[in-house]
Design a protein around this ligand. Structure first.
Ligand SMILES: [Zn+2]
Ligand SMILES: [Zn+2]
Length: 308
């Protein structure tokens, strides 16, 4: 009988040791160390089913330690749609972490700053870069985690992935005699290439292509002769087509066409300047139909407008 009594005594003691959490919905600590840059802000959907960003993305590296933001109890460890997720209950509020390879188990008590796992790259919202998506759930509603994190109102003046790449100092050409790539669509530039300041949070981020405001379904044309190297669905860029234009005046030039509804070509296919490669859409991280057009020279993105 004594053996049975021991757990009856120790369970209440364990529970009282856990909490109530000292910081139910205040005073979180950063879940990555050193303090990470915020690469994508909280952008709640207008309704339960709408598009949006239900947390913040924090820059990190694959394998980084992921830490609990506050004392609490692990209530979920598992995989959701192939992405490793941890949830911690802090009392009034929950924190969620993904994609993470957990080192804790459901029911574990954790302290603020205690390691709960390591950062994965599969399922990153910042692919191909690694980042931690941190969520905060308060009374069954998503809330902005930055409200609880220290000094989160500071304006960041650098991107966590380094300074924006420089455009080539001299125009490279001639390309088909005019020294220019062809316009992939006819439409206004709605957002240029370059560092972009989030209007509310003051976070700088590189916009790595040129946005053209054109309607859904508009044909998208290859900017130059080349070979289609990839057509695939990316979580951020959506449906994309990448065309390799080979060597242009000593530089390796590729272009890509992003957020498409669908593509009109296959990998390995040769295309001519002006050939339709796909159709404008709003797949991936996109809120409305537009073309996100990218130019890469020797593996680095450049301002496409300097090439058009
Ligand atoms: Zn995210
Ligand atoms: Zn864009």
């Amino acid at each position: 009988m004594k053996a049975l009594l021991v757990p009856l005594v120790t369970v209440p003691l364990t529970l009282s040791a856990i909490g109530p959490p000292a910081h139910a919905d205040t005073g979180w600590v950063w879940p990555l160390d050193p303090r990470p840059a915020v690469v994508e802000a909280f952008d709640p959907p207008v309704d339960d089913y709408g598009a949006g960003h239900r947390g913040v993305d924090l820059a990190g590296a694959t394998g980084d330690d992921v830490r609990a933001v506050a004392p609490g109890t692990v209530t979920f460890v598992g995989s959701i749609a192939g992405v490793g997720v941890i949830t911690i209950d802090h009392g009034d509020t929950d924190s969620t972490y993904q994609p993470v390879d957990a080192t804790v188990s459901r029911g574990d008590a954790v302290d603020a700053g205690e390691q709960i796992g390591t950062l994965l790259d599969v399922g990153s919202h910042c692919a191909p870069d690694a980042c931690l998506h941190l969520g905060r759930v308060l009374a069954d509603e998503y809330a902005d985690p930055l409200e609880l994190l220290p000094s989160s109102s500071a304006v960041r003046l650098v991107t966590p992935f380094g300074p924006p790449p420089e455009a080539p100092a001299t125009p490279i050409g001639p390309i088909d005699g005019d020294g220019r790539l062809a316009m992939p669509v006819e439409g206004p530039v709605t957002s240029p290439y370059g560092m972009r300041l989030h209007p509310i949070l003051g976070i700088w981020k590189l916009h790595d292509g040129t946005d053209f405001g054109v309607g859904c379904g508009t044909p998208v044309r290859s900017a130059e002769d080349g070979t289609v190297t990839q057509t695939y669905a990316d979580s951020a860029y959506g449906n994309r087509v990448i065309v390799d234009h080979g060597d242009i005046a000593g530089s390796a030039v590729t272009t890509s066409y992003n957020h498409l509804t669908s593509w009109a070509v296959s990998a390995g296919e040769a295309v001519r300047r002006g050939d339709v490669v796909g159709y404008v859409g709003s797949t991936g991280y996109s809120t409305a139909c537009h073309l996100h057009f990218m130019v890469e020279v020797n593996g680095s993105t450049v301002d496409p407008e300097t090439w058009l």
